[in-house]
Design a protein around this ligand. Structure first.
Ligand SMILES: *Cc1c(COP(=O)(O)O)cnc(C)c1O
Length: 428
């Protein structure tokens, strides 16, 4: 493939944007080479500025579960835009999407909309701290909850990819209130709870982790966390920015039957526009301003264009129960296909999957937490990534990212992907 125009655009971008990108994982630092500049996309395909076509497994890092430029979403945004793009007043559509979200997700009464997953998690933790009047939080190594200070302690994906799990600029004072546990390891959580009795406001986690590759919770892990939270009177926050509306209408709570106290959303809930949200039962949500003392705000929060995109997306997902089984079947098909090829070529690997999230780790041990994810062979991943790209398959440029399937993918696309894995396997 020829990447001439992308390369020229990257050179120009680097002069005026740090690293040429507005979010670090978009650069190819973890895999080498230069990022592609995308001109447009439709359905399951991306088209770069040189005219190359790719089958896309990033889908804007998760939001586009029904494919690019999905018509109901595009139409909703265009129609809204004609009537004004922002008023800074309440609008009816905010209540419409809130009612729909609350009806789809178990165990929540009220929802507040923000502009990103980062904002959602940051605000959820402030709310938890305010509500419990406690300062410390527990997070898990390898889980990513956005780039706010409290979370940049052994965060997954981008932060890990760049080898700066503790970013300069995050103060010691902030860092000391974030306690780290190991994913899928209840004992590590129990030890922290016992050593900090009465001081922990909340435990936040990705109920199905997706930022160290896809790592599902072991049987009993989420249930155990729920019990520990009850016992220690700590709030359980599910960061469902990735899994919300992707794994099921009601997200991980529906899928696992475990109730969270606060749930964070992003990605799919905005249909590809900048939206985040956090939700809980009345007594917790009413602790937020203007009814309660915990402050949280946003000039463009609940923006009409973003709400229109989100409402159109959730409406589609709510309408047809088959979307999730269709996505599941496609992901299983891809899993089996890749598994067969890698095994046939004697390439050590572990594939993790849940719903429409899947990741290929070049490791021959089970990948169950950050440490085991980090032990996988990154050199193999680099060769794999570039080989796939050269064969028209666009996966995330980091071994710590999950592949996201869109329902726009056809079985021909999946076969083409498996065929590319077969080709690339010869050079691994
Ligand atoms: C993407 C992500 C975030 C951050 O969302 P942004 O919209 O990028 O700020 C937070 N938590 C999880 C689990 C995510 O995957």
């Amino acid at each position: 493939m020829i990447y001439k125009r992308s390369s020229d655009l990257f050179a120009a971008a680097k002069k005026v944007i740090p690293g040429g990108v507005n979010s670090p994982v978009r650069a190819f630092n973890a895999v080498g080479g230069e990022p592609l500049f995308i001109r447009e996309a439709k359905g399951a395909y991306l088209y770069d500025e040189d005219g190359n076509r790719y089958i896309d497994y990033i889908n804007s890092w998760g939001p586009l579960i029904l494919g690019h430029a999905y018509e109901p979403v595009v139409n909703a945004v265009v129609e809204k835009a004609k009537k004004g793009t922002s008023f800074g007043t309440p609008t009816e559509i905010e209540t419409q999407i809130a009612e729909l979200a609350v009806s789809m997700v178990p165990n929540i009464d009220k929802i507040r909309f923000v502009n990103s997953g980062t904002e959602a998690c940051m605000s959820a933790v402030r709310l938890a701290r305010g509500f419990k009047n406690r300062e410390k939080i527990i997070k898990f190594s390898g889980c990513y909850h956005g780039h706010s200070d409290s979370f940049l302690i052994q965060a997954g994906s981008g932060a890990v990819t760049f080898g700066s799990p503790n970013s300069p600029g995050v103060t010691q004072g902030t860092a000391k209130d974030t306690l780290l546990a190991n994913y899928n390891d209840l004992e590590s959580v129990e030890n922290l709870l016992n050593a900090n009795k009465g001081e922990i406001a909340c435990i936040i986690l990705e109920p199905i982790a997706g930022n160290m590759g896809c790592i599902p919770p072991k049987k009993g892990f989420l249930e155990g966390l729920r019990e520990l939270c009850n016992e220690h009177e700590v709030l359980l926050i599910f960061d469902e920015v990735m899994t919300g509306f992707r794994l099921a209408k009601g997200g991980a709570q529906e899928l696992t039957g475990v109730d969270a106290d606060i749930v964070c959303f992003g990605k799919v809930i905005g249909g590809g526009l900048p939206v985040g949200a956090f939700a809980a039962r009345h007594e917790i949500m009413d602790y937020l301003a203007p009814t309660g003392p915990v402050y949280q705000a946003g000039t463009l929060s609940g923006n009409p264009l973003a709400m229109a995109a989100g409402l159109a997306m959730l409406t589609e997902l709510n309408r047809s129960a088959e979307i999730y089984s269709s996505l599941h079947d496609k992901t299983v098909y891809l899993h089996k296909g890749i598994e067969k090829v890698l095994s046939g070529n004697n390439i050590p690997h572990t594939i993790n999957r849940k719903g429409s999230m899947i990741s290929v780790h070049f490791s021959d041990e089970p990948v169950v937490d950050f440490a085991s994810a980090a032990r996988a062979n990154n050199d193999t991943f680099k060769v794999f990534f570039h080989g796939m790209l050269e064969n028209g398959i666009y996966i995330a440029p980091s071994a710590f990212e999950t592949w996201f399937l869109t329902d726009a993918l056809t079985y021909e696309d999946l076969d083409a992907t498996i065929a590319a894995v077969e080709k690339v396997s010869k050079s691994l």
